[in-house]
Design a protein around this ligand. Structure first.
Ligand SMILES: [Zn+2]
Length: 89
């Protein structure tokens, strides 16, 4: 994604999910949010909106290239919901 596309995606995500982290629900300013791929690009994840969520730096970093939610927040409920998301496409 070009920086311009990234900005556009971010704006779309903010209007859809508000400016908070998808994982820890922390409210943040747009500059503090990063674009996170639910399915990492390295694993074939796309840049389409369905695959993108906003995340704070700690959550995004803690996920790395994993298919799973950030380890810092790992709970069975969250891991089930992401597994559903991956499998029900
Ligand atoms: Zn977070």
């Amino acid at each position: 994604m070009s920086p311009k596309q990234k900005r556009a995606r971010k704006a779309q995500l903010i209007s859809e999910y508000r400016s908070c982290c998808w994982w820890c629900h922390k409210q943040l300013s747009p500059e503090e949010l990063t674009i996170d791929h639910l399915k990492p690009k390295s694993k074939g994840g796309s840049n389409s909106l369905e695959n993108l969520r906003l995340a704070c730096y700690p959550c995004n970093n803690s996920r790395g290239n994993s298919l799973y939610p950030p380890r810092r927040l790992f709970t069975p409920a969250i891991s089930m919901s992401i597994l559903c998301l991956m499998l029900c496409k």
